[in-house]
Design a protein around this ligand. Structure first.
Ligand code: FNR
Length: 416
């Protein structure tokens, strides 16, 4: 049967995969209220399309952290992709690269940063879990940098693993033929069987529960890569993320900028070269960008951590306001349609990430499946833009949608 939308891959994956693996990919935490809400909330946002606009050319391109993408649809980090298909993360990396978009590799991938880099060119981010042993973290970040990864997505919503009941029932553990490849050389690549979820026990043993805002700054001291804070759901934390940026840019980086400025201006007078002035501005700009958290990912971890948090599409707007346009805000969670992508952008997101559709399509058809998912999302998004009267991302505005928090009942009533 022909696949006509991204959702259809879930049923195929369910048929193909062992129950333990499918349940691990599909499930959310506890009552799975947030899991459903991540999808349902999109259906409570309606369009206010504009007509009689020339939509013969639609430009979906965008820039994320300075990298040009063919569309604002990116791949979220999902762990252990070789459970879905033998090619696992390799297939995902190739598919994302072919689609002209970003793949985020999970810390808990079944392929290492070096292996994924060897699949060929592509813009890739590395998702980081902070281990208790900071040497492990520092080594891994260095390896990701060396392997050409362009940013770190620091996951901040997992001091402990959410209670995923099917993983407990299934005694979930990584199949014995696979390892968490990034940690193999550090002897942390295996997951022991446990009386409940093997992953939950692994997290309890290895992941640092003390992680706090000061560690975001610590991370900035060990890497030059831009850092995206993944797992923000409130304006309060959006503001803190922003402060982690500005505080830092007023301290070490701006001092460094001034030192460089003095050096370069001296050079300018000694050599009388206008080029050196340009270098000054260039290096200062680069440092400002590198100064702190470079962006926020509004995420509830695909509803796998704290149940009864709002859908990410509901939380998005308050975080966007808190970020004040100073750093980009991205979203993941329940995005399955081009219409969902449009709604997120209308609410201020600079782009979205998809998680489960990647592992389900990988299970069904390997690399071809992931390519198809990205292609279907692209085509649906393009059509949504055309039918809403938007020819580029910047033309998508808040006024192109109406939500049920705009005014009580406003969504279904005429706007008079
Ligand atoms: C995830 N997610 C995740 N996040 C992360 O930071 N590191 C990880 O290793 C993983 N692993 C992972 C595995 C699986 C099977 C799922 C479904 C999710 C969360 C992921 O990055 C993203 O936030 C959600 O998947 C987005 O929601 P959707 O698109 O799956 O609804």
């Amino acid at each position: 049967m022909e696949i006509t939308n991204v959702n259809e891959y879930e049923a195929i994956a369910k048929e193909k995969l062992p129950k333990m693996v499918f349940d691990y990919y599909a499930s959310g935490a506890e009552d799975q209220w947030t899991l459903q809400e991540n999808r349902n909330a999109f259906s409570r946002i309606l369009f206010r399309p504009r007509i009689l606009i020339d939509v013969s050319k639609i430009d979906m391109t965008t820039t994320v952290l300075g990298f040009k993408l063919s569309m604002p649809i990116m791949v979220a980090p999902t762990a252990m992709q070789k459970m879905a298909h033998p090619e696992g993360e390799y297939a995902t990396a190739r598919a994302a690269s072919a689609a002209g978009t970003i793949m985020t590799l999970s810390s808990w991938a079944t392929s290492s940063v070096e292996e994924v880099a060897s699949t060929g060119p592509g813009i890739r981010f590395f998702q980081l879990y902070v281990y208790k042993d900071r040497n492990v973290v520092a080594q891994l970040v260095r390896r990701a940098e060396r392997a050409g990864f362009k940013a770190i997505a620091l996951t901040v919503d997992t001091p402990r693993l959410g209670r995923r009941e099917s993983d407990i029932k299934n005694r979930f553990t990584l199949p014995p033929n696979l390892t968490l490849k990034n940690f193999e050389v550090l002897d942390l690549g295996k997951m022991d069987e446990a009386n409940d979820s093997g992953l939950a026990s692994y997290v309890a043993g290895q992941i640092d529960r003390t992680l706090s805002w000061k560690d975001v700054q610590w991370l900035q001291t060990i890497t030059k890569l831009p850092i995206l804070v993944k797992g923000v759901l409130t304006a309060e934390d959006g503001e803190k993320t922003l402060k982690s940026t500005t505080q830092n840019s007023h301290s070490s980086s701006s001092l460094a900028s001034w030192v460089i400025a003095l050096l370069v201006i001296t050079l300018h007078f000694v050599t009388n070269s206008p080029k050196s002035v340009c270098y000054f501005f260039l290096s200062a700009a680069r440092m400002a960008v590198q100064a702190g958290a470079a962006g926020i990912i509004v995420s509830n971890h695909g509803a796998r951590q704290l149940d009864y948090v709002p859908a990410t599409i509901i939380a998005l707007e308050e975080v966007v306001k808190a970020a004040q346009g100073k750093i980009p805000v991205f979203l993941d969670g329940g995005v399955r349609r081009g219409t969902d992508v449009f709604k997120a952008i209308a609410l201020g997101a600079s782009g979205i990430f998809i998680g489960r559709p990647v592992v389900f399509s990988l299970a069904a058809e390997g690399e071809a499946g992931v390519r198809k998912v990205l292609q279907m999302m692209r085509e649906e998004f393009e059509l949504t833009m055309a039918l809403s009267g938007c020819t580029s991302l910047k033309e998508i505005t808040r006024n192109h949608i109406i939500t049920d928090w705009d005014a009580p009942q406003a969504r279904l009533l005429p706007k008079l």
